[in-house]
Design a binder for this molecule. Structure first.
Ligand code: MOS
Length: 731
């Protein structure tokens, strides 16, 4: 189905099932421990052996020799394979690091060997018997040192051919003439996805064909990556991810667990399961890159922005992409002149790649704190300053408007619901015993991306409607909202819908990434259901255009027939998908947030306590307020992490992240989060898809950390521009 616009009504608009807070249909499996995760698929693959991955202990250089004699003769060991026996693997699309093969080491903990044994413990013990001789080479590990020479690079959201500096007007002249100016530099650290389920895979070969049970957000990307590296036709690779214990972008890409399980299984002739041990994940996998961002703002005295410049520099392995931290500044606020750019330094740290709200998450830690600083210079309330500079069109192309943009309503709703008028505009002026207390806010913006997505639906003789799509559920609720979509479209109860996800034998979906999953995957299911409605109508002698599917009946005019009658001649199966063409060029599609936070800072120690948080979200139609709220609450919590604690510490001598486990990579826990509230404006967006929904998985993070940082400034009067805001920075 080619989508143009959903102006007008369609079957989903009845909102009998869609839009309702249905509890997760996979909930009972999850809480009873019976939802099968990749590493647990004993049910489908007998006779498994365990693989243990050994990572390089230098960050750059060459492997001279790997001595595996002792490991190979250790009890229980089935096989040992080393990187020296393989040619360097091709690199999958959108990735930068070689996953295995060859003697060159490009980053610390790059996989260099796999030990396969009868148990995990014997594999691990034998791995420690492997002796490796390296010839280490000097590497580049310090972003600040490399930044001055880093070349400009086009915004990856705009494509490789885009101009590396997005310009409107004459920034230099307008900025120079602006009566009120700000010029500040902000730093965000490297961060880790720190998902609960480690990267894990089981691989099995049969007749030259490979099946991998793995933990992947994007089934098709994993399949394409394996096919490219192993030089297999895509149809000979099957990927399955039924349940995924979190991803946050870390599982968008093929990792060493899947590849080494496949190589280990080929070498041993037995199914091999590989999990990346927690201390290996952080330096073996991907992370969000640190950024250094310079923001310049110029405004008239009455608070209208006239000039915006946002430059960001980040680092990556050669061939990698930048953290697109300045991207949103092309579109977020009105201003007649601007310069937005990014630069990419070559670093020899582990691969930087997407992490939840890539670009916006660190970008808004600069822009939205700069906006707070500028509001203060102007003597304006920070909410009013943002309202004054709202835009309904792309500032670079006023003909191109936002499909729906209700940021101003988000802000005004937040002001009322958060009791914003209680905020003191003098920083450091509110004391509560030993605590200094303050309130802050920030706005959030994240693109709504349109991705093609396909599904297959089948109406069985038992009245059950089954849907198959290779969409994934990374803990987000995909199973549930897809069931709701089918129930709405075909007019059956949720109990009569069966949802099958996460298998590459199903039609290709949008997958879970870039907060595009919910809207696009359900839109693909919508398209398949429309086709099934036609087929049912044809069998029953109805005209599909004026037929309703309600309560298990097919109704037109005063004629009503049980749906199941359509299966008298056998079940019906239909497949279709959603395609958008160049719709994204026609409208700017965004999701918006207003974040509010109240924080207290201990006047003696600098410890921070969050008191309460509120997010007001404009993200199109809310498909399920319960799962949507969970997405936003989780993202706000990640915002607390970004503001207060999350940071991979770079060891600039040895080129690695030192705090490579969950003991020392700190994330917020329940005790850090006393109170969170989420309000959805729930404006359907007719240009986003027939579902009229938009992204929900990332917008809750965009601006959340900045709101906390701004609250801390309001509490203390100390402005820190180097994140996270650990207590040492207030001394
Ligand atoms: Mo997201 S970083 O695209 O999983």
């Amino acid at each position: 189905m080619k989508f143009a616009t959903a102006a007008g009504r369609n079957p989903v608009d009845r909102l009998r099932v869609v839009g309702k807070p249905l509890a997760r249909i996979d909930g009972p499996l999850k809480v009873s421990g019976t939802a099968p995760y990749a590493y647990e698929r004993h049910d489908v693959v007998p006779n498994q052996v365990y693989g243990y991955v050994l990572g390089a202990t230098i960050a750059k250089g060459r492997i001279k020799r790997i001595d595996t004699i002792a490991a190979k003769s250790a009890p229980g060991v089935v096989a040992v394979i080393t990187t020296l026996e393989y040619a360097p693997a091709a690199i999958p699309d959108r990735q930068a690091a070689h996953l295995f093969g060859g003697g060159e080491v490009a980053h610390y903990h790059q996989a260099i060997a796999l030990v396969v044994a009868e148990t995990f413990e014997t594999a691990r013990a034998a791995a420690h018997l492997i002796r490796v001789e390296y010839k280490a080479a000097p590497g580049r590990y310090d972003l600040a040192a490399e930044a001055p020479d880093a070349p400009l690079i086009p915004d990856p959201n705009e494509g490789e051919d885009a101009s590396p500096i997005a310009r409107i007007g004459d920034f230099d002249a307008v900025y120079a003439a602006a009566p009120v100016k700000l010029d500040e530099t902000y730093m965000t650290p490297d961060q880790s996805h720190a998902m609960m389920e480690p990267h894990s895979s089981i691989a099995a070969w049969k007749d030259g064909k490979l099946t991998v049970w793995t933990s992947s957000q994007m089934i098709n990307w994993a399949k394409a990556g394996l096919s490219k590296i192993l030089d297999l036709p895509e149809e000979d690779v099957r990927v399955n991810s039924l349940f995924i214990g979190g991803g946050f972008g870390g599982k968008l890409y093929l990792r060493a667990d899947a590849l080494l399980a496949a190589l280990g299984a080929r070498a041993t002739g037995r199914p091999v399961k590989v999990t990346l041990a927690r201390p290996l994940i952080i330096n073996n996998g991907t992370h969000r890159a640190a950024t250094i961002q310079r923001v310049r703002l110029g405004a008239s005295r009455d608070g209208r922005l006239t000039a915006i410049a946002h430059e960001s520099v980040s680092g990556n392995l050669p061939g990698g992409r930048p953290e697109a931290a300045s991207s949103q500044s092309r579109l977020f606020y009105a201003a007649g002149s601007r310069e937005v750019s990014m630069r990419l330094a070559a670093l020899d740290l582990p691969e930087a790649n997407d992490m939840r709200a890539p670009g916006e998450a660190p970008g808004l830690m600069a822009l939205e704190i700069a906006m707070d600083e500028m509001a203060e210079k102007l003597g304006l309330d920070p909410v009013e300053f943002r309202i004054l500079n709202d835009t309904q069109v792309d500032p670079a192309d006023p003909e191109r408007r936002f499909s729906e943009r209700h940021l101003v309503e988000c802000l005004r709703t937040g002001v009322e619901r958060f009791d914003w008028s209680r905020r003191s505009s003098s920083p450091g002026s509110v004391r509560d015993g030993k605590w200094l207390s303050g309130m802050g806010m920030a706005a959030g913006f994240r693109a709504n991306k349109l991705m093609p997505s396909k599904a297959r639906v089948r109406l069985g003789r038992d009245g059950v409607v089954s849907v198959e799509t290779d969409m994934t559920d990374i803990g987000t609720g995909s199973y549930t909202i897809i069931a709701q979509t089918v129930a709405e479209m075909i007019g059956v109860a949720i109990a009569s819908v069966h949802v099958a996800l996460g298998d590459s034998t199903y039609p290709q979906s949008a997958g879970s990434g870039g907060q595009w999953g919910a809207n696009n995957a359900t839109a693909g299911v919508y398209a398949a259901c429309m086709k099934l409605r036609k087929a049912v109508s044809a069998r029953l002698g109805f005209n599909a255009d004026d037929t309703e599917f309600v309560d298990g009946n097919v109704v037109s005019g005063n004629r009503s027939v049980p749906l199941i009658d359509a299966t008298k001649e056998g079940p019906l199966t239909e497949e279709d998908g959603i395609e958008y063409g160049d719709l994204e060029k026609k409208y700017v599609q965004g999701t918006f947030a207003a974040h509010f936070a109240e924080a207290a800072v201990n006047g003696f120690t600098g410890e921070v306590r969050i008191r309460r948080m509120l997010a007001v979200i404009d993200s199109g139609r809310v498909l399920n307020p319960m799962t949507a709220r969970s997405q936003v609450v989780g993202a706000m919590t990640m915002g607390v992490g970004a503001a207060l604690m999350e940071m991979l510490a770079v060891d600039k001598r040895y080129g690695r992240f030192i705090n490579h486990d969950l003991g020392f990579y700190e994330v917020p826990v329940h005790a850090d989060i006393p109170h969170q509230e989420v309000i959805f404006l729930d404006y359907p967006d007719a240009e986003s898809s027939p579902m009229k929904a938009k992204g929900i998985g990332e917008i809750g993070l965009c601006g959340a950390g900045a709101a906390i940082a701004n609250a801390i400034y309001n509490a203390t009067g100390v402005r820190v521009r180097d994140y996270p805001l650990t207590l040492d920075k207030f001394l």
